[in-house]
Design a protein around this ligand. Sequence first.
Ligand code: FAD
Length: 347
Amino acid sequence: MTVAERVPLAPLTTLGVGGAARWFVEAADEATVRAAQAWARERSVALRVLGGGSNLVVADAGVDALVVRIALRGLTHRERGGAVELTAAAGEPWDGVVAESVERGWAGLECLSGIPGLVGATPIQNVGAYGQEVSDTVVTVRALDTTTGEIAGIAAADCGFAYRDSTFKRQTPGRFVVLAVTYRLRPGGAPTLTYGDVQRHLAGRGAPTLAGTRAAVLAIRRAKSMVLDDPGDPNRRSCGSFFLNPIVDAAHADTVVARSGDPAMPRWPQPDGRVKLSAAWLIERAGFARGERAGAVGLSTRHTLAIVAHDGARTADVLAFARRVQDRVEERFGVRLSPEPVFWGAP
Ligand SMILES: Cc1cc2nc3c(=O)[nH]c(=O)nc-3n(C[C@H](O)[C@H](O)[C@H](O)COP(=O)(O)OP(=O)(O)OC[C@H]3O[C@@H](n4cnc5c(N)ncnc54)[C@H](O)[C@@H]3O)c2cc1C
């Protein structure tokens, strides 16, 4: 195992800001992940796991840890009870897995097309979009438990999946290094078409297929700069949505509606009685416009939820801008937005 020192992390994240990893190793197999964990434990050094860096904000001063970049590859599948269980190594690029499942006619991941990053991160925040979440299909997560050094198979029921959340993100951050994820898919199954934008896009185009649904999702995402396949896109340096949609109790939601003065304010009742609000709507109604900038940082010109770093931006600028958004939304509506990405290092 080769441990490098002071490796810049900005080029390894989609936001493209922040400092270096004090120590850094690339792990292409499980033995290297284990060795990295042992190396860090022996030296009492923190261990951080890096995937595609698309949901990560690294402090300007960098991170005083051993950063393990996950590069494990491989896809296998088996049929089981009429379903297909697809197992992908943590370092597989996520969209390649989605593309493969769609090509083979396996339903379950098609709406998650175009999300950047690697497989290993998908259970961390229960990646979701356009009517699907990975928790709909995850069967097990194979992970190294850094507290014991053992590899465990964690059943979906024990992952604590919730909206953009899981036990990996909330209760035991950093404890597990995800090595592989198994998804249960439906061969020959129909695409999921619960999301209005996708339905509208496919209307009048004949019977919806998995491939058509994937194409629709990619087109919708591209229009919002939410696919990272255009190096010339001025909005490309982001973490996607910077804020979660807030989920508040029903009485709180009513006060937000009253403060907005707009009975048509978008809101979605949740099964537990709480209400999900639209962070993008709140940000816009708090007075922010798409493309609004403060120096080298600003909102995407195509989506108010994405904070974009331009040339010369630093992490401190991104965080200051995010705080401005949070403060103004809170002042106007009494709701504090929570950031979606993970932060590394002292802000
Ligand atoms: C343009 C754009 C659009 C996006 N759209 C969406 C969207 O529609 N829906 C959505 O849910 N997200 C979206 N995201 C956020 C992001 O792509 C996802 O959260 C993705 O799963 C992050 O993967 P990653 O490999 O880049 O993780 P990283 O950013 O590298 O890491 C994120 C977190 O996961 C941890 N982690 C990563 N890999 C592992 C592992 N193997 N084991 C343990 N911990 C690990 C890291 O330590 C870190 O805490 C978007 C981001 C961008 C830039």
